[in-house]
Design a protein around this ligand. Sequence first.
Ligand code: NAP
Ligand code: MG
Length: 488
Amino acid sequence: MSLKTETITYYNFINGEWKSSNSNEKIESKNPADNTEIVGIVQKSTEKDLDEAVMAAKSAQKAWRNKGFIARGQYLYKIAEVLEENIEDIAITMTKEMGKTLAEAKGETMRAISVFKYYASEGMNKIGDVIPHTESDGLMYTTRVPLGVVGIITPWNFPIAIAAWKIAPAIVSGNTVVFKPAQETSITAVKLVKCIAEAGIPKGVVNLVTGTGSTIGQGIIDHADIQAISFTGSNDVGKRVAIGAASRGAKFQTEMGGKNPVIVADDADLDLAVEQTINGGLKSTGQKCTCTSRVIIMEDVFDQFKEKLLSKVREITVGSGLESDTWMGPCSSEKQLQTVVNYIKQGINEGATLLYGGKRLEQGKLKEGYYVEPTVFENVTTSMVIAQEEIFGPVLALIKVRSIEEALEIANDVKYGLSAAIFTRDIGRMMTFIKEIDAGLVRINAETAGVELQAPFGGMKESSSHSREQGKAAIEFFTATKTVFVKA
Ligand code: NAP
Ligand code: MG
């Protein structure tokens, strides 16, 4: 498969039309597997472009709201159909833009399709309750109404799934959308919106504005005509979203980072624990918010687990995500690679022992990409930076403990609380873990990553604004409850 393509320019989608930015400035989307390849060019939009998109979304609001849930759901089925016809192209684009393997990119696109189908049918579910009233001849009930125009800001690591799990519930609930994707993966976002357009969505219901976080992202935070913001990304930007939205009374949800632990108990199935730790920690080059980062192992099985883990890590093949024998692709950008390499250096400086990896890979073709070795540290203590901060790269920190109690204490000793796993056969330990662990996603004998679109998703502590995405929780976010009393 050829890596080179001709450079195509992609446009904003505003009020049903593909439009150039007012700025006439462009952003290049580069391939992290081969920095000589420009995947395409997107618009570097201005506040004026954003304003046009918000106005379009505002104008489309009433007609879209009045269609009702079931009719809106039909559009989502159609979007899923069009996406199905474009899986291959979207997946290749995603792999070229941010590096994940083609198999992962296809899986993610299929996930997005399921998300649209799920929310299409969610439009037929009940949206309220009848509640007894003190006046027995009156009728009191709740109903849900859309919020208005919603701003959607997404990261680059799941370019289509996260966009889908925000846009689908937003529009089926009757909102109209202004969508700002991460710069790194704007072309994948354009391709998603092309499918939405092809499915016949009325003009103004979904608008796409590409550009920088500082202009378009911040513009969404500040725009008086945007009633709600759904954000996924880093904690620093998430805080800006939360503060900005709260200060002008807009509804918001922020899903942010993680520092996800796995506990390996002395009664664990070690082969399973090794396999799942590697999948959770190193797949997608460690660039999932639910990635395993800290591996907390009871001392009696530490050496055995470590040897099994290292023998599997040595087998990992690193290369372009488009090649079928690649297990792990590059970091998504040069900046991301630098961040990972710096954390590895910091780990060494702080006294952790590097067991495997640790270096940028530059042999042959790899030189043109942002590749790093899968990396494993031991002798990591909980106060070290590599045990506290989100690395967002393929780095595992092994921590030895004497007891389950100590393991739990360490597992909870971070500011994050997104996902956590334990490997044990002991029901008592499982129950204690479920009760004690500070995590929104609790996994027993399974990797920390891995979500189901029909279940609520989100973190505790600083990982999230404490609302949830996906499943029915998303409908709750994208609607407001009205309590109605009727007396004949
Ligand atoms: P990021 O830098 O925070 O960017 C996320 C989005 O915010 C991008 O679209 C970005 O635009 C935009 N942005 C940047 N500055 C902004 C500003 N001042 N105002 C408004 N928007 C702004 O995060 P990232 O590097 O793309 O993604 C990695 C992070 O996402 C990690 O921390 C990861 O844990 C987190 N994540 C969390 C979840 C979850 O569900 N909990 C899932 C996936 C990822 P630009 O691209 O233009 O900078
Ligand atoms: Mg960024």
